[in-house]
Design a protein around this ligand. Structure first.
Ligand code: XMP
Length: 510
C-alpha cells in the first residue's frame, strides 16, 4: 500500500529538517523538495498537503524565492510557515512589509479556537517568533486566527481554499502545543491517516530490495555504527546470504566493541567477515602525532584492507550504504544518486566493480533508523550507539598512539559510560567520551609521588554537530567516575572535565 505523503518546500530556513521530523512524528510520510520543483512534478508526487518552510529572505526583495501562484490553485491544502506564510499572503494579494516591532524568541499569542489549527488547544500560549517583516494587510478571503501584542497576523487561514499560515515556528519546542497545531493541519485539513510506521516501512523496503537485487550479490562495509548496522539487519532479512558484510576491526574501537558487533551479526543469515587488522593499523600509525595525518592514514588503510577483502569475495553487483535522509537533503534536491563518502570511513573504493548502490535507509531520519533497528531485532547496544568517529580512539589518544595508551583509554572510557548509564542519562546526552591527553603531572597516591597522565571527560549535546553545548553533568556522576578511574585504571592521576562548547572548541579533541 502506498503511503500518503506531504511535500515540504524548502525556502532555506534553519528548521526545515525539523519540520519534516515533526510531520513524521505524527506517522505521516513527508519529503523535502527545493521550492523550485515544477508543478507537474508536485502533481506527480500526489501530496495530501504542502508546507512552505521559513527562509532567510524577505518576500519584499526583488528576486526573493517564490513559487508559481498556480500552486495555490491546485486544491491541495498548503501551510506556510514564517517566510512561507508571508509568501502565501503576498501571492494571494495581501501586503507584506517591514514590521514596526520585530519579534525574536518566545512571544505570547492568542488563538482563535474555531480554526482547525487550534481546535481543543488553550486560547493563549507562547510561540517562537523570528521575523523582521509582517503581514500588513491580509489577502482577500483570509482572516487572522492568532495575534501577539505586536503582530496582528500571527496565523491566518482561508478554509475554503484550504490555505493556512503561521508567522511563528510551530516545529520548535519553544512553541507550546506546536506539534498539536501541525496535527490540526495534517489530520483535520489534509485528511492524513497516520499510515507511516517503521513496521510498514520495513516490509516495503525489504520487498523493494528483493526486486532490485534479484539473485545478485551485495557488499556492505559495516562499521558497527547505527546506520550501517540497521542497513545490514534490513538487508539480511531481504536477501540473506546474498549479502556480505565486511567489518574492518581497526583495533581503534572502544572496549568490547568489536566483539559486540560480531556477536550481533554472527547469528544473522548473512556472510559476515571480521577483519582483525589492529596490528596493521597500529604499525602504520607508529610515531605519528599529527591529527590530520592520523586521519589520512586510517582512511587510506581502511580502503586498502576493505579492497583486499572484497577481492576475495569476487564480483559483486551492488554496494550497499547506510545513507540517511539528512545526507540526501544536504546533497541537494533529494537526489543522492552520487556516491557519498561513507560517514564513518571517509570514502569507499570505486575500484570494486559494482552496478549500482543501494541505500535502503535513504528516506529515514536518525530517530526513525533507531526505531527500525529495534523493529528488526537489533540489540539496544547497537541501536542506541552514540556517534563515533571513523578514526576511532586514534583521535582520542592525543599525540603518539601506543597499545598501552589505547588500553588505558579503553578502560577509562568504559567506566565513564557505565557511570552515565547508571545515572540513567545514557539516552539524553548526545555524545560523551574520555580523552587521554598527552600531558603528565605530579600526584600523590598512598605515600608515593606519581607522575602520570591527565584524562579528560567530555559530554556534549548537539542537534546538527556543527554546534554543540557541553553538558552540565551532575557532580555526583563526575565524582564517581573520577574516583573509579583513578582507582581502577593505572597510569592516570588527574581527571578534568571539558567545559567548552563548539565553537570555539570541536567535539573531538583532535
Ligand atoms: P568535531 O570534532 O568536528 O566532530 O566537532 C563532529 C562530529 O563528527 C564526529 N567526527 C568524525 N566522524 N570521521 C567520522 O566519521 C571523522 O574523522 C570524525 N571526526 C569527528 C565527532 O565524533 C562528532 O560526532
Amino acid at each position: 500500500m502506498k503511503n500518503q505523503r506531504v511535500l515540504i518546500l524548502d525556502f532555506g530556513g534553519q528548521y526545515n529538517q525539523l519540520i519534516a521530523r515533526r510531520v513524521r512524528e505524527w506517522n505521516v510520510y513527508c519529503e523535502v523538495a527545493p521550492y523550485t520543483i515544477p508543478i507537474a512534478e508536485i502533481q506527480k508526487r500526489d501530496p495530501i498537503g504542502i508546507i512552505f518552510t521559513g527562509g532567510p529572505n524577505s518576500v519584499t526583495e526583488k528576486g526573493a524565492p517564490s513559487v508559481d501562484p498556480a500552486l495555490l490553485e491546485l486544491g491541495i491544502p498548503v501551510l506556510g510557515l514564517c517566510y512561507g506564510c508571508q509568501l502565501m499572503a503576498k501571492l494571494c494579494g495581501g501586503e507584506v512589509g517591514s514590521a514596526p516591532v520585530k519579534e525574536f524568541g518566545k512571544t505570547l499569542a492568542q488563538f482563535d479556537r474555531s480554526s482547525p489549527l487550534f481546535r481543543d488547544l488553550p486560547q493563549e500560549g507562547a510561540v517562537w517568533m523570528s521575523h523582521n517583516d509582517y503581514i500588513r494587510r491580509l489577502p482577500e478571503g483570509f482572516r487572522s486566527v492568532a495575534q501577539t501584542a505586536d503582530c496582528p497576523v500571527a496565523a491566518m487561514e482561508n478554509p475554503e481554499r484550504r490555505l493556512f499560515g503561521m508567522q511563528y515556528h510551530p516545529e520548535v519546542n519553544h512553541t507550546e502545543n506546536g506539534l498539536q497545531m501541525l496535527r490540526g493541519f495534517l489530520f483535520d485539513v489534509c485528511g492524513a491517516r497516520g499510515d507511516w510506521t517503521m513496521g510498514s516501512y520495513a516490509s516495503q523496503a525489504i520487498e523493494e530490495v528483493r526486486q532490485k537485487v534479484g539473485g545478485g550479490k551485495v557488499l556492505l562495509a559495516l562499521s558497527g555504527g547505527v546506520d550501517s548496522s540497521v542497513c545490514a539487519a534490513l538487508l539480511s532479512q531481504a536477501i540473506g546470504e546474498q549479502l556480505t558484510c565486511i567489518f574492518v576491526d581497526t583495533g581503534l574501537m572502544r572496549k568490547d566493541e568489536g566483539d559486540e558487533v560480531e556477536r550481533a551479526f554472527k547469528t544473522m543469515p548473512i556472510r559476515f567477515v571480521r577483519v582483525s587488522a589492529a596490528d596493521h593499523f597500529l604499525g602504520k600509525l607508529g610515531g605519528v602525532t599529527d591529527p590530520e595525518l592520523k586521519r589520512r592514514i586510517i582512511g587510506e588503510e581502511f580502503i586498502r584492507v576493505f579492497e583486499q577483502e572484497a577481492k576475495k569475495i569476487g564480483a559483486v553487483d551492488y554496494l550497499a550504504q547506510g545513507t540517511i535522509y539528512p545526507d540526501v537533503i544536504e546533497s541537494g534536491a533529494g537526489d543522492a544518486a552520487t556516491i557519498k563518502s561513507h560517514h564513518n570511513v571517509g570514502g569507499l573504493p570505486d575500484t570494486i566493480g559494482f552496478k549500482a548502490i543501494i541505500e535502503p535507509l535513504r528516506l529515514l531520519f536518525k530517530d526513525e533508523v533507531r526505531t527500525l533497528g529495534t523493529e528488526l531485532g537489533l540489540p539496544d547496544y547497537l541501536v542506541w550507539r552514540q556517534p563515533f568517529p571513523g578514526p576511532g580512539l586514534a583521535v582520542r589518544v592525543l599525540g603518539e598512539i601506543t597499545e598501552e595508551k589505547l588500553a588505558i583509554l579503553r578502560e577509562a572510557d568504559a567506566i565513564f559510560r557505565e557511570e552515565v548509564a547508571k545515572a540513567g542519562l545514557e539516552r539524553s546526552i548526545g555524545q560523551y567520551f574520555a580523552v587521554l591527553t598527552d600531558m603528565r603531572s605530579v600526584g600523590v597516591m598512598g605515600d608515593g609521588r606519581t607522575y602520570d597522565y591527565t584524562l579528560a571527560l567530555r559530554a556534549v549535546n548537539t542537534t546538527d554537530f556543527m554546534t554543540a553545548d557541553w553538558v552540565r553533568l551532575p557532580y555526583e556522576v563526575l565524582d564517581r567516575t573520577s574516583i573509579r578511574i583513578v582507582n581502577e585504571v593505572g597510569r592516570i592521576n588527574r581527571i578534568v572535565y571539558d567545559v567548552t562548547s563548539k565553537p570555539p572548541a570541536t567535539i573531538e579533541w583532535e
